[in-house]
Design a protein around this ligand. Sequence first.
Ligand code: IPD
Length: 263
Amino acid sequence: MNLKAIQAVAEQAALHAGTVLRPLFDQPHEEQTKSNIYDVVTEGDLAAEAAILPLLRDAFPEFGIVSEEGGGFEGSGEYAWHIDPIDGTTNFANNIPFFSVSIALADRQLNPVVGVVYMPILNEMFSAAHGHGATLNGKPIHVSGLGELSRAVMASGFPTTRHTLPEELNNVRHWREMLWRVRDLRRFGSAALDLSYVACGRLDGFWERHIHSWDVLAGICLIREAGGTVTDYAGVVDKAVTGAEVVASNALLHAEMLAVLKR
Ligand code: IPD
């Protein structure tokens, strides 16, 4: 498989989605509720998805498609695209510029081989292909070299189902446990960008449960190519995402993060 060629098409699709989203940003939005009132879709999510899917399908008809807003396609091969046309929909709906387009290609075991996360408002393209490293706007990126948890800046997120989950699963307890041990925490609202920020060293770690493949697979590819570590909460590498949970770090802080998340 020519991963560089696949990566180039994923980047073009993300850039195209950006051109569709920029004029819609900072305008009133049409919003619909999905699974509950905290889970919404806007006209931007649907427009970006409609822009991305034909480009990917035409370029690689053998790949399946798993896309957040329902654009699904089984595909004949071992690989599928996992697409979030807007990761950070709540931000977009509130005209907060921190949102991204996330596109990953992964095998059936959810191992990502290509990952692209594009931030339309700042025009930042995070991009990685397995074995080829990770870049931000074409320049190589690496995770941070920080080894002290007390100086770390990390991010996390809260699931849209949080109101129905106990405190040990809705992230309130883990947020509190981590807050006392690090320099500071951030809740930016786009898991794909949070992971990209770990990949380029702006953040030292990220964790979240109840996430979906389209939120995190591109970011996982970026972090692995940038020298970081991604596992589930038990520290198992292959179980990141398949169990709908992710702990991501610069590698140096991983064991300490897992220890805090065990509490
Ligand atoms: C959400 C964002 C958010 C995370 C949620 C996700 P969406 O994705 O990534 O940061 O905390 O778990 O659902 O709904 O904006 O695509």
